[in-house]
Design a protein around this ligand. Sequence first.
Ligand code: KIV
Ligand code: ZN
Length: 387
Amino acid sequence: MSDRLIIFDTTLRDGEQSPGASMTRDEKVRIAKALERLRVDVIEAGFPIASPGDFEAVQAVAEAVRESTVCGLARAKDADIDRAAEALRPAARARIHTFIATSPIHMREKLRLEPDEVVAHAVRAVRRARRYTDDVEFSPEDAGRSEPDFLCRILEAVIAAGATTVNIPDTVGYALPDQFGALIAELMARVPNADKAVWSVHCHNDLGLAVANSLAAVLAGARQVECTINGLGERAGNAALEEVVMAVRTRQDRFPCDTGIDTRQIVPCSRLVASITGFPVQPNKAVVGANAFAHESGIHQDGVLKKRETYEIMRAEDVGWSANRIVLGKHSGRNAFRTRLRELGIEFDSEEALNEAFARFKELADKKHEIYDEDLQALVSETAVVT
Ligand code: KIV
Ligand code: ZN
């Protein structure tokens, strides 16, 4: 089994399906270039048949990106596949991603097709996509609620028809990590030609489990994860790229594979996506939130100032922050207070003066959420020596 975990980013397709997050062609190209700098393996640029604008955006991304594979989404319909292929023509490496729903509720209520017909559509779509590219991905939509026996049947058929990646989506974010990991292991064991394709997962976050489910799938053998920057996506979003990548990188003791991502590009890419979509990143968001590497409590600050690893499992610089942050507030201790003042070139001529300033700092901190450098400078202006 490969020790490379492929990162398939769908910020520009599923991320854009976040209500209010639609992007222009030029915005998509800017994000695609940032994803390329991040060394994402596959960029899903859009759904070309969805609108003329999305067709043009996929085409523009296919022209602009040279290092990553560029992918277009297509339902299991001839017209969708032809349109995707046309949009992807300028790509250095092109992938067509075709899908059809396989859960009983989707087949019966939405598609109004019999299971045999669904298999026939899937096989026909994959064969048609293979006329345009030898890189074809197939997804059984709503796999998380599909019958494993039916999944085995359709996956065997699409691999035989030429699918090179089979992607298992938990479309409605219903799966639990142990169950989803077991499903991936079962499918990989039961599909006779499983070794002819890369196994992928695509998890939604309706129960806040998209990243946990993706990681369980990787431990079970999946070697591609579909994800988005900042976890953007339909409803509660998709698995967050930055969390998947950093979990795998940080816990190499548990994962038998790693990504090729340049992690120092994570924060710049996150900022770009937030500013283009207008979806701010919550301060306590893992890896890319403003507080992800900030320490406010005195005990933590003292620990980090003595040895960073006491309270940090990753280095802020490794994901693109300039440094970690010691935030001065009401929980801060004397060590952090003195250290920050020293950094500002401020020393006290006696321990007593320091203690007195520290007491005044605590009084102020009770009234303010965060104490800034200007507050400190004002606070100590009469007692400290500026060096
Ligand atoms: O969530 C989903 O099932 C999808 C498919 C198109 C892969 O986005
Ligand atoms: Zn999705």
